[in-house]
Ligand binder design. Sequence first.
Ligand code: DP6
Length: 394
Amino acid sequence: MTVFEATCTAPVNIAVVKYWGKRDTSLILPTNSSLSVTLNQDQLHSKTTIRASADFTSDRLWLNGIEESIPSNNRLVACLRETRALRTEMEAKDSALPKLAQLNIHICSENNFPTAAGLASSASGYACLVYTLSQLFQLPLDHSDLSIVARQGSGSACRSLFGGFVAWDMGEKADGSDSKAVLIEDEKHWPDLQALICVVSDAKKGTSSTAGMQLTVKTSPLLQHRIKDVVPKRMEDMIAAIKEKDFPRFAELTMRDSNQFHAVCLDTYPPIFYMNDISRSIIRIITEYNKDGVKAAYTFDAGPNAVIYAPKENMAEIYAILSHYFPGHVFDDSLSLLKDGASVAALPENFDTRISTVFAEGSVKQILHTEVGDGPRVLASQEHGLLNAEGLPK
Ligand code: DP6
């Protein structure tokens, strides 16, 4: 019997012009366009296997080893409905095609990074789900078309359908058909740009992005200024900075946009705080490092973790500074920054270490070094699949 199965991986993306606010909460249509950098999935990815079979009695989903209910998740239901509708159309036009749209499916998905680390797992997760469905159903859609479906899983997921530098055009139409991801430049465009992810410890459970942004839309007058008067021009500037590989301009826009996103959170009523004392110290550290010229950019999403973008040549120095303030972290040295057991670099001579206190061991739990990466990948299910012969997680 033919097995209908596909296995794919999809990357994480970190926005440099942030998405924050929806004008339609069920279709997930944003109040502003946004732009992100896709990170290398050799370091961070979601992986998904989906099998369709006449033997399955219902649709089932396992996420990081735990079975989850499908019907109670409207966003998941939307992604399945959209892709099955497209497959049904194809099957109606071509009777030679196997009837996959009416079969039940088993979905098994896992991240190679802890969800608890607060990294953007919904972006890579939904991008991977939709991309794997498109492979299973052999949908004749390009990545922008697929991003329209992934967007309905999680807004930021639409940008993970491409590698490199990706814009999400907010669009204007009420049906969302023009609210999609577009490639600005691919992952080969600016190979010198790298990222350090600082996983900050935080006991508190923060407000989810979904709930947080709706409260901002409802209550923040500053958000109205941001979406009308700031983001349209900033998108143009950011695209130009990326095309010209102008790091100081890219970095200033990235830091200003992160700052403004957290300012609209503070302007929300009651206010939302995502950064903590450690996050704010990272801002001070990067600001001091940049005092004679911009050499690094910080950005923070809906949590205390920092992502620092910088040219490759500055990474050893930035890592040395972070190691000074945040002892006792695990370093994922995936790009061999400390080659052959080399020790951590010295602090830059004119760096004023008094700008922040040294934090307790483990305040930053983990630092991960990565770079710009490609879009979703198709893997051979036989070798890499997550489902066993019975269609259950291996
Ligand atoms: C701060 O995409 O997680 O990371 O669409 O409700 O699923 P939903 O929200 P989500 O929000 C991401 C917000 C952000 C900024 C960004 O990635 O652009």
